[in-house]
Structure formats: structure tokens, C-alpha cells
Design a protein around this ligand. Structure first.
Ligand code: PLP
Length: 449
């Protein structure tokens, strides 16, 4: 399955058709017992290692998805496998809300050292990103005594009711689920490629953020009733939108002027993915509460709300809790993963990310349909447009994703028309080149007359 063959466009990495017979049979079985979920292509994994995945029919894929920005150390990294095996043999679970265990404490200690200043933070472990957001909202309301929370158009924070109320990236995520949490509002995210108020950066002075004070606070919610503003330092599901430098600092200033807490949703952008531990660090800005998940567990389900100590301490015991948070197995792996991110993975994400960004930008002169290539570290988006109008070309992005799959490259769309690259942070420059080559073949196939 690894020897490529020549085709009209160059190299065909998949000598036999995908999905193969075994994958097709499993997709059919899945359809009978699993609730509908809208899978994007029929990938059925058999095994995986590092940045490579093999399906049940023996096809090899280069993985630029990493389980949606999860597998920071790649698939089945030997260090994580060893720690997991040792911990599961020792003990697995002890209900971290009610009892103590060392793996949980070590993971929290490590996490705190990786926060700005390395101390003065406290951790609440969850099982997922959406729960980390729920914990953040609840803490913000609890300590401020205020009810309202402001998010951004294009945001994705999860699908439980609190986080869904702040999610605003696709109507289908909310359709049929109203009414949502009262007291949630949205404003414009600084997206300079498609400025929401038709101005140009830097002359605009990031004026879209001024609307929070000028419009929201003057018309919709008094600032004095706002508990928190929640922001993704790079919008993920909304299209890998990188705000201009200065935007997060400006948000910090707005919050400080009105006694509002700033929550950074680092579920997708955190844990080294952008070349810094947290994406907000690119601006040297410090939030009050950080929500993390995805990369944090190296593939095991874990999330964390990390709050400044003076805030976290205000929760009375029992004000919030769960059953699996602080699970010993996931925490043991998280501790090891965080050590790896600090030692090497974060730096690799910065170096290889820059290389990948450059190689993807090199494709722009070849394809007028690529409107923008943007990102930080290994969080990179390629936005597809209709070259005649500049409008997002959703269908082309979807077609490129599907064709990439057939060419042995796993990528996912996000936002209206972006194909994202969020590979394991172990990606090498050679693998990055291979990914770009396969993407180029897929685009050629899709735009061919
Ligand atoms: C920025 C962000 N926040 C929150 C979530 C929700 O995380 P989970 O799916 O683990 O609940 C996601 C998931 O994609 C996300 O990208």
C-alpha cells in the first residue's frame, strides 16, 4: 500500500479504491447501531502510529487531523503507552472530586507550572472541552455574582447547554435546541481577512472590538451585569481565524475597565499546538480562566479549567464536581504528555509549523481558489474562495477534503470554506511536505475543468 503509482496528475498514493470492502461493511454496521453523527468521510481505522494511520483495508494515510487536534504526541507514542500500562495495572479511578490520588495532583502541579508565572493557578479536571467551558462559566458567575457572558460570532465552545449558548459557528449546531442559556450575548471576532465591519487593519485599530463597549454595553447588557467574556485566541471550528496582534490585549483592557473576567478557550489552540503552551501567550496577555482539553490527554478524554487561585478558592467545596475528573489513568498520561510538550513538542510545532505554513503559502500562486493561508504553529487553515467574487467556496473546500482522503491525506474542513491542518505535534518537515504534495494533487483534481 505504500508504493505510489503514476496518474494524470502525478502520483496516486492509493492504488486501490477507498473505502475498501472491510471499511464499507463496518460503515454499514455502524449505521445500524450508532446515532447519526454526520461523518465526513468513511475512514475506518485499524491501527495508527505517530502521524500515520492505516485503515481496515490496509490503506495508509498521513494524519493532519490528529483526532481533531487531540493527539499532541501522535498515535500510540511509546512513552504514553508505557505510562498508561503502568497506571492501569496500579489503579485506574478513584473519583477525584471526593478522594485524592497522586497522578491527579502531579498532573495539576505540572499544568500550573505551565501557566503564566508558573504559580497562582488552580485546576479543576473535567472529561472534555465542553465541561471545561461549563466549569469556567459557572465559576465566573459564582465569583462575580453577575449573570451575563459574552462570546463571539464564529466561536465554538462545545455542545452542552452553557457552551452551546456561546457557540455561534454553524446554525445546525443550535437548530432545534432553543431556548438556550439566558444571559449569553455575541459580538464580532477580529477576522481581518473578512472584516465584519469592512475596515482595514491596522488602520482600524481593531475597531470591531470597540463594539462591545459602544454597542453591547450601551444597548443590550450593562457592563456591570457581565460576568465574563469568553474568547478563542485562534478561532478553531469557526475557520482557523487568527486575530491581529493586539486584539487579545484589547479585550483584556475592556474586561479590566468593567470588572469582567476574561476566559480563554484553549481547548483547540492550547497545549503547545501554536508553538507556545497557550495561544494567548503570543500576545503576552494573561486571562483569568483558561479552559483546556483535546491535546491535554494525548488521546485520553480529559479537560481542565485552570483559574487564578483567588478566583478558584471562592468556590465552596461541593459547588462543582464530577465523577471522572482527575481520573488516575488519564492524569498519569496527561502528566507525561505535558512533560513531552514542554521538552520538545511545543518547539517542534513552532519550527515545523512555520515550514508547513510556508509550503502551503507556496500553493497560492498555483491556485487562485486559495484565498488565504493562515495559522500559528501546527494550527493552519487554507481558505478556499470563488476567485471571481472572493466569496467562501464551501463546496470546493468539502471536495478538497474528500479528494484528499482518497489521496491518503486526512484533513478536515472548518468555518465556511477552510481546510485545516492540525497534525500531531511530532510532525516532521518531510511529512509536512508529503501532506502539501497530496493536498496539491487533491486541489488539482477538484479544480480541473
Ligand atoms: C475551542 C473549542 N472549545 C470547546 C470544544 C468542545 O470540546 P469537546 O468536544 O471536548 O466537548 C471544542 C471542540 O472542538 C473546541 O474546538
Amino acid at each position: 500500500m505504500t508504493s505510489p503509482s503514476e496518474t494524470r496528475y502525478g502520483i496516486d498514493y492509493m492504488p486501490t479504491a477507498v473505502p475498501g470492502p472491510k471499511a464499507r461493511a463496518l460503515v454499514e454496521r455502524d449505521g445500524r447501531v450508532m446515532a447519526p453523527m454526520g461523518r465526513v468521510y468513511p475512514l475506518v481505522v485499524d491501527h495508527a502510529s505517530g502521524c500515520e494511520v492505516w485503515d481496515v483495508d490496509g490503506h495508509r494515510y498521513l494524519d493532519m487531523n490528529a483526532g481533531i487536534a487531540v493527539l499532541a504526541a501522535g498515535h500510540s507514542h511509546p512513552r504514553l503507552v508505557k505510562v498508561a500500562q503502568e497506571q492501569i495495572a496500579r489503579f485506574t479511578h478513584m473519583a477525584g472530586t471526593d478522594f485524592y490520588n497522586e497522578p491527579m495532583i502531579r498532573a495539576a502541579e505540572k499544568l500550573v507550572t505551565l501557566m503564566p508565572g508558573g504559580e497562582g493557578w488552580q485546576v479543576f479536571f473535567t472529561n472534555s472541552g465542553t465541561e471545561a467551558i461549563e466549569a469556567s462559566i459557572k465559576l465566573a458567575r459564582y465569583v462575580t455574582g453577575r449573570q451575563n457572558v459574552i462570546g463571539f460570532y464564529g466561536a465554538f465552545h462545545g455542545r452542552s447547554y452553557g457552551s452551546l449558548s456561546l457557540t455561534a459557528s454553524k446554525p445546525r449546531q443550535r437548530r432545534g435546541f432553543f431556548p438556550l442559556l439566558p444571559g449569553t450575548f455575541h459580538s464580532y471576532y477580529p477576522n481581518c481577512y473578512r472584516c465584519p465591519i469592512n475596515l482595514a487593519h491596522p488602520a482600524c485599530g481593531i475597531a470591531c472590538l470597540d463594539l462591545i463597549e459602544h454597542t453591547l454595553f450601551n444597548t443590550t447588557t450593562p457592563a456591570s451585569e457581565v460576568a465574563a467574556i469568553i474568547v478563542e485566541p485562534i478561532q478553531g471550528e469557526g475557520g482557523y481565524v487568527v486575530p491581529p496582534l493586539g486584539a487579545l490585549q484589547k479585550l483584556r483592557e475592556i474586561c479590566d475597565r468593567h470588572g469582567i473576567l476574561l476566559i480563554c478557550d484553549e481547548v483547540q489552540s492550547g497545549v503547545g499546538r501554536t508553538g507556545q503552551m497557550w495561544a494567548f501567550e503570543h500576545e503576552g496577555m494573561v486571562p483569568d480562566i483558561v479552559a483546556s482539553a483535546k491535546g491535554l490527554g494525548g488521546g485520553l478524554p480529559i479537560g481542565a479549567m485552570v483559574a487564578r487561585t483567588e478566583l478558584a478558592r471562592q468556590w465552596e467545596p461541593g459547588a462543582h464536581g464530577n465523577t471522572y475528573g482527575g481520573n488516575a489513568l488519564t492524569c498519569a498520561v496527561t502528566h507525561e504528555l505535558l512533560c513531552m510538550v514542554e521538552e520538545q513538542l511545543m518547539a517542534n510545532a513552532a519550527i515545523v509549523g512555520l515550514h508547513l505554513l510556508g509550503r502551503l503559502q507556496d500553493l497560492q500562486p498555483r491556485f487562485a481558489q486559495i484565498g488565504a493561508v493562515r495559522g500559528r504553529g501546527l494550527m493552519i487553515g487554507v481558505e478556499f474562495i470563488d476567485p471571481a467574487t472572493g466569496a467562501p467556496d464551501h463546496d470546493l473546500a468539502e471536495a478538497v477534503m474528500a479528494e484528499s482522503f482518497r489521496k491518503g491525506l486526512l484533513v478536515l474542513t472548518c468555518g465556511p470554506s477552510t481546510v485545516r491542518f492540525c497534525p500531531p505535534l511530532t510532525l516532521t518537515s518531510e511529512q509536512a511536505d508529503e501532506g502539501v504534495e497530496r493536498l496539491a494533487l487533491a486541489i488539482e483534481e477538484c479544480v480541473a475543468p
